[in-house]
Design a protein around this ligand. Structure first.
Ligand SMILES: Cc1cc2nc3c(=O)[nH]c(=O)nc-3n(C[C@H](O)[C@H](O)[C@H](O)COP(=O)(O)OP(=O)(O)OC[C@H]3O[C@@H](n4cnc5c(N)ncnc54)[C@H](O)[C@@H]3O)c2cc1C
Length: 285
């Protein structure tokens, strides 16, 4: 049982004009709700989100000593904050409130009024059982690190990194290959406009390379992510390059002049030497 004592629940069923009441038998639903465990009062109103509707909730909290509120109306997207506000104005923690959507989930999507009424009862019954278990919550502010990590420097990652960086955020772009560009760097023209791929990509690559808010980590991969939203910690492994990165301009001369007798192909560098296993001879007994 919560610190607020035995649940004393008020259920408020909205007509939403004819949006709900045109399909759901609201009077029957209210009578049903009033008989549910811990429900002290059940009330209907034409527009529960209106000022008089919210006033009704506040007044009932005070008159009946309610410590939980259920509103059966529309989608919580729009009016959950409204009813949490009314619950707070009535003197309760805003999270002692539960909303039940009997418009989008019931009256707008159910042809048969009998079925709609039955479903509304079921949803309200669930909301009543749920709100009885609610605990009060308090909002708090915690410091966050507003830096952004983008993994993968293809056109999508480049664009994302530039968008964040241009909005003033510090961005880390992690790319596993020696260069950013991804698939688009390998294309000549792009469908359907036949625009030159490099003409789109290279200005962005160059802008990214010079951007003061972007730290580019090529030949690198994310090893571990820990923490939580707003305070992630990421471990990035930077692979060995065998060159002086401060002097490298990507000309590729080191590749051609590499002192090893055989320059390994890109596939071998990435995946290691190819081992062809001979198929085992079938044994005949
Ligand atoms: C042959 C071909 C032809 C195409 N033609 C067209 C076309 O004509 N028109 C069109 O609109 N689209 C075309 N596309 C599709 C287009 O190229 C892709 O949709 C686009 O490039 C995808 O960009 P992206 O940034 O999402 O991914 P990618 O370009 O694949 O980039 C992903 C990047 O992430 C990196 N990465 C991957 N995993 C990791 C990791 N674990 N850690 C760090 N980095 C990582 C990769 O190395 C790469 O740089 C074509 C694609 C192909 C393959």
């Amino acid at each position: 049982m919560s610190e607020n004592g035995r649940p004393r629940i008020g259920v408020f069923v909205c007509h939403c004009g004819t949006n709900i009441a045109g399909k759901v038998n609201v009077a029957e639903v209210v009578a049903f709700a009033s008989r549910l465990d811990d429900v002290v009062v059940a009330q209907e109103y034409k527009f529960m989100c209106s000022d008089p509707g919210q006033e009704l909730i506040k007044q009932h909290i005070k008159d009946h000593g309610l410590n939980r509120v259920v509103v059966a109306s529309c989608s919580p997207l729009m009016h959950e904050p409204t009813f949490r506000g009314a619950t707070t104005s009535g003197g309760l923690n805003p999270f002692y409130f539960q909303m039940s959507n009997i418009r989008e989930h019931v009256s707008w999507v159910t042809e048969n009024p009998e079925q709609a009424t039955r479903k509304a009862k079921a949803l309200i019954s669930a909301a009543v059982r749920r709100v009885a278990l609610h605990d009060p919550l308090t909002r708090k502010e915690v410091p966050v690190r507003p830096e952004v990590l983008v993994i993968g420097g293809g056109i999508a990652g480049i664009h994302a990194a530039l968008t964040y960086a241009n909005s003033g955020k510090k961005v880390y772009l992690v790319e596993k290959e020696p260069s950013i560009g991804g698939h688009m760097a390998q294309l000549d023209k792009t469908f359907p406009t036949l625009d030159c791929s490099a003409c789109i990509l290279t200005p962005k690559m160059s802008e990214l390379g010079k951007h003061p808010n972007i730290e580019l980590l090529t030949l690198s991969e994310v090893e571990n992510v820990s923490g939580f939203v707003g305070n992630f910690k990421v471990k990035v492994r930077k692979k060995a390059r065998y060159i002086d990165v401060t002097k490298c301009n990507g000309c590729g001369a080191c590749w051609e002049n590499c002192p090893t007798t055989v320059t390994p192909s890109e596939r071998v560098i990435r995946k290691g030497p190819l081992v062809i296993k001979k198929a085992a001879k079938p044994s005949h007994s």
